[in-house]
Write a protein that binds this ligand. Structure first.
Ligand code: ZN
Length: 255
């Protein structure tokens, strides 16, 4: 069977408190929110999962860029200009910002996610706050230019790489299931921000913008898709750096 490696490349962070991250946690314990992009490759085909955000957006929103996304990708030998496919797990600003780094890529998006952020609710603040309007306008433009590929539910993208729609924090997040030498691994992205959200079924408060029941379903679904709890990449957990093999400065790999 075709197998791939998965790199998690940390590009930024922000400080937060545990009560802001985990439903039912009353504590003010400090928590670091890590920002990642992921790279799936078999050495020939390379797939980028999510795009991160730009330094301009980091400054506007008070986030820290540890290393620009392009530099992180180059550190593992990926030339952004050579990337032909990128998966957008959902449209929140921290996942869709750097499309200009990938002039030769098509972007795989879920129908319902595009619908949500180009539809009637975007005028309300909880949705406006989650996105940069320039990103959304540019995704409309990318579609006009023929560079979006729409997914409605689940889809095989490459042999051994499948996309899986899960609900929860947005209309249609997509998790990426990848065949690796150790079994099926899952880039969960924000289907679980932290391992703890999933392990304790303690949702991140963004379910307020969509569906709490679907958050719990998503926790179960990503664990079902992976061949083990040690084969899951959550969206924002610094612990990813300890659970996988180091492959550079704040970069880890699952081979
Ligand atoms: Zn996120």
């Amino acid at each position: 069977m075709q197998t791939y490696s998965i790199h998690a490349v940390w590009f930024g962070e922000r400080p937060a408190l545990s009560r802001q991250m985990f439903y039912g946690d009353p504590h003010d314990a400090p928590v670091t929110v890590a920002y990642y992009v992921w790279v799936v490759t078999d050495g020939q085909r390379t797939l980028v999962v999510d795009l991160g955000f730009t330094p301009e957006v980091a400054q506007k929103r008070g986030r820290q860029i540890a290393r620009p996304v392009a530099d992180g990708l180059r550190a593992i030998g990926v030339d952004p200009a050579a990337v032909t496919d990128a998966v957008i797990t959902h449209f929140h600003y921290d996942h869709v910002g750097n499309y200009r780094l990938f002039p030769n890529a098509v972007f795989h998006v879920q129908d319902d996610e595009m619908r949500l952020f180009t539809g009637r609710y975007l005028r309300f603040r909880p949705y406006r706050d989650l996105v940069e309007i320039d990103d959304i306008c540019n995704f409309v433009r990318l579609n006009y230019d023929g560079r979006l590929r729409f997914v409605d539910g689940d889809k095989q993208l490459l042999p051994g790489v499948t996309l899986h729609r899960v609900g929860g924090d947005s209309a249609a997040l997509q998790a990426v299931r990848v065949a690796t030498r150790r079994g099926y691994a899952v880039v969960a992205s924000d289907a679980a921000h932290f391992y703890r959200n999933m392990e304790e079924h303690a949702p991140f408060p963004l379910y307020l913008t969509h569906s709490l029941p679907q958050v719990h379903e998503a926790f179960d679904r990503i664990q079902e898709l992976a061949d083990g709890p040690d084969l899951i990449f959550p969206g924002h957990d610094p612990a990813v750096l300890e659970r996988f093999e180091p492959a550079g400065e704040r970069i880890v790999v699952l081979r």
